[in-house]
Design a protein around this ligand. Sequence first.
Ligand code: G6P
Length: 489
Amino acid sequence: GRASGGTPMKQRLLVVANRLPVSAVRRGEDSWSLDISAGGLVSALLGVKEVDAKWIGWAGVNVPDEKGQRALTEALAEKRCIPVFLDEEIVHQYYNGYCNNILWPLFHYLGLPQEDRLATTRSFQSQFDAYKRANQMFADVVNEHYEEGDVVWCHDYHLMFLPKCLKEYNSSMKVGWFLHTPFPSSEIHRTLPSRSELLRSVLAADLVGFHTYDYARHFVSACTRILGLEGTPEGVEDQGKLTRVAAFPIGIDSERFKRALELPAVKVHIGELTQRFAGRKVMLGVDRLDMIKGIPQKILAFEKFLEENPSWRDKVVLLQIAVPTRTDVPEYQKLTSQVHEIVGRINGRFGTLTAVPIHHLDRSLDFHALCALYAVTDVALVTSLRDGMNLVSYEFVACQGSKKGVLILSEFAGAAQSLGAGALLVNPWNITEVANSIASALNMPADEREKRFRHNYAHVTTHTAQDWAETFVSELNDTVVEAQLRTRQ
Ligand code: G6P
């Protein structure tokens, strides 16, 4: 559209995600300090120049009192963020329960929880009810801030019920939904007790997006096989209404990494790390401490490599950064102790008085420290058992301008479809295969490393997060226009 002065009006965009890109800390009754995360998704969604974007989501904190809620809302408004307030019980049932204990493992092929069937069925129902209630609360906030012509972009498995709630408020709202995880085979999805209701509510959107064609295809076949609807090359059709389904592979803001590597402080840090690990090859893993990341499998493969290659034992180090996540969910607590146990055993077995083979950190690093670490790495190890995309692999490539290190990448990460030709692809369940790939990576001749790196670098720097966001939003606009034309015919 155009404003009266003839200047093009910016497209208004409401981004809705479970989590706002901020961490909020309460300083007093009505004062908050906010730390906005500048990650790739944030710069992608808030950084598109032609778009006037606002972000709607949960601030990740419990704020029971109205005074605190008002103060936080005001503080967030300056950051273009709008909070959805969820109480502790809802967070427990919706976020810890239905999202992270049911949908997350199921979508990553880890199946439904295995406890006593009856108990599971009972708690399943109350968690699903809480999920729907939470989605309705997000819809209420969107509806409050919606203006005609806005594009509403819903994100991820937390908000599969949202498109339906939004269309019930206003059937002409332009609604897109994008899934950041894999969408599993219909044979997996059909085990979910609420399989049909979830599919139907996603189909209320105008455009449904996934990282890869495989995920899009799985979704369409779930709709045909479970709901009996018609799948077309364009998407899914239900009584003449088409929901567009397509693949939009995400990327990173590669310029941001390039700029960081030019900073004097980062260069100093790179120098320090190089000295610290002189005489040893650096292998790196960076993951949220999540069972889908295959961290135990990765460490066991590294152990096997050390076992079989004694000459490498004092010439290589594995740095594993494991960022704690969803620590209230018991499965994640179990994983933490399992990883600690394995790391301890291997360091006990192969360590010396002056060096250990694995440095394991239970925390995140700030952006600049992470860039420096990527830059000094010889081999990056991404061994996800399943992963929607995996942007760590992209970030590593973006920081490897001078080193041209090797990426070992799970074939079950979405990124394998874009970086497959440059990476060494592995089946992370096959410990022997991963151990062999570690040996190949460490011994790879410089010209082959260079060739593989060029391929990946070209991809990472040309398929950016900004392109991804722009493509999705413009496709959503086109989809709605086409649908209007169709109904007028
Ligand atoms: C995955 C999900 C995101 C989520 C992130 C961190 O990447 O796709 O939606 O925000 O993990 O998890 P958390 O539960 O801490 O938000």
